[in-house]
Ligand binder design. Structure first.
Ligand SMILES: [Zn+2]
Length: 168
């Protein structure tokens, strides 16, 4: 199938390139299929989809997720913030896209001092781990095709196909 007609080294690397292109093609077809399932469930209002980080996390925690869909463009971290002056603490999710400048922690809403970042959780890592625990599949969606870019633009880069209706 990948016969290039050469037996020397350049033929071999051609073979590898051809195989890689095919694998990327197969991967993209699978991504498209999974996004199509998501949009179909969404359009028919079956209740078996969830989107947005908080909703999807809840569904992952109760092991209701069949397929977790994460955008490859998603850069999201959950920060633990603390004010060293007055002791104020909070958690915040920050998101950015490649090329954006990284947002700063900001100032304490209580006293106005600069907040310290005391902890950072990588959302993609966290959600993937939860998916693993609940035996859910994980698909990283490219934004190189329409449905994949919609996942990032319209759904914050996080969506799930559910095993059953949870109402979340
Ligand atoms: Zn403060």
């Amino acid at each position: 199938m990948f016969d290039t007609g050469y037996t020397d080294e350049s033929g071999f690397s051609e073979l590898i390139n051809a195989a890689e292109d095919t694998l990327q093609g197969i991967d993209l077809v699978k991504q498209k299929k999974d996004m199509e399932i998501f949009f179909k469930e969404l359009a028919t209002e079956s209740g078996k989809v969830s989107y947005g980080e908080d909703n999807v996390r809840t569904n992952l925690e109760i092991k209701a997720v069949d397929m977790l869909l994460l955008s490859e463009d998603l850069r999201s971290e959950r920060l633990s913030l603390k004010c060293s002056v007055c002791g104020y603490e909070s958690n915040r999710t920050r998101k950015w896209r490649p090329g954006d400048s990284v947002p700063v922690a900001g100032n304490c809403p209580e006293c106005g001092s600069e907040l310290d970042i005391t902890g950072v959780i990588d959302i993609v890592g966290e959600l993937s781990e939860l998916a693993d625990k609940g035996s859910a599949g994980v698909v990283f969606m490219s934004t190189d095709f329409y449905e994949g870019s919609q996942l990032m633009i319209s759904f914050g880069g996080v969506a799930a196909i559910l095993r059953y209706i949870t109402g979340v």
